[in-house]
Every structure is written in C-alpha cells, then in structure tokens.
Write a protein that binds this ligand. Structure first.
Ligand SMILES: [Zn+2]
Length: 168
C-alpha cells in the first residue's frame, strides 16, 4: 500500500487523520484493519507531507488534476502513443514544479556553490524569464540542474505523480 493509497483507505476504514504538531494523530471509533494501520505507520512521514499544504500551495489533488489535464491534452490532441504521452506529461509536471518552486540566491552569489560572481567567472542567469532570481557559474550548472530535477521528481512522487516506468 503506497502513502497515497493508505491516505485514501484511512477514511474508508473509519480512521480520521489529523496533524498534531510534528506527529500524525489517528482517530477511530473501532480498531481499523491492521493493513491500514501498518501502511499509515510505514508511510507516516509521506502522509504528513501530503496532509500539510505544500510550500507551493498545491496539494496532491491539484497535482493529479494538472497531470490528468496534461495527459489528456498530450495523448488526444498530440496523437502520441500512451507511453510517450505519459513521459511528456511527467516532463510537464517536473517543469511546472520547478517553475512553482524557484530557488533564489543572494544577489551576486551562485545558486550552486554559494560563491560570489567574479569578473572572470560570471554568473549565468538561472532563468531567461525570471531575472533577479540568482545565477550560477557555468561549472556549477550541471550538478545543480541534476539536483533540481531529482528534487522535483521526489517531490512529485510524494504527491502521487510517479515517473513513468523506465525513466527517472
Ligand atoms: Zn558556483
């Protein structure tokens, strides 16, 4: 049972979930099925993330709606095979997450290493659309980009949006 499935199974099993500070509070009139309790316990950290409004204000449900909309658009209007459409849809979600969760660095400092801009080592803008959000040394770009992608993929996974099989 995944975190998302456990979260949906809980109310069906008569379990009310709530955040209690840094803990997960369970309320149930009678003992819930062991499988549900076990899943809630195992995925506690993820479930708490799901219950808490995300930094960008989008819940798991918002992401699912976004994913379904994009998937329908890509698959039907784009006329693509299902697997290809799924991969494109996931890429859209990653781009949207990155856009909604920008990283900022203090002016004149690199987002990657935190070092200053030097005359011989200028900072490249992080995004062509969003000026003033910081930049990176050219050598810091690849590692930073990779880390951002990984962060987006894991944040989306917590929201129930998984990378298509065979991709990361
Ligand atoms: Zn740097």
């Amino acid at each position: 049972m995944s975190a998302v499935v456990a979260l949906e199974a809980a109310p069906a099993a008569g379990v009310e979930l709530a955040l209690d500070g840094d803990d997960l509070a369970l309320k149930a009139a009678s003992a819930p099925p062991a499988a549900v309790l076990d899943a809630l316990y195992r995925h506690k950290a993820e479930i708490m993330v799901l219950l808490r409004p995300a930094e960008d204000g989008w819940s798991a449900e918002d992401w699912q709606v976004f994913f379904d909309e994009r998937a329908g658009f890509v698959e039907f209007d784009g006329g693509l095979p299902h697997a290809e459409a799924e991969a494109q849809t996931f890429a859209c979600c990653v781009a949207e997450w990155l856009h909604r969760n920008p990283e900022r660095s203090p002016a004149g400092h690199c987002l990657g290493c935190g070092d200053r801009e030097h005359a011989h080592d200028p900072l490249l803008p992080y995004s062509t659309e969003c000026h003033g959000q910081g930049g990176l040394h050219s050598r810091c770009w690849p590692a930073w980009y990779e880390a951002r992608q990984t962060k987006a993929v894991s944040a989306l996974a917590v929201m129930g949006i998984s990378a298509p099989v065979g991709r990361k």
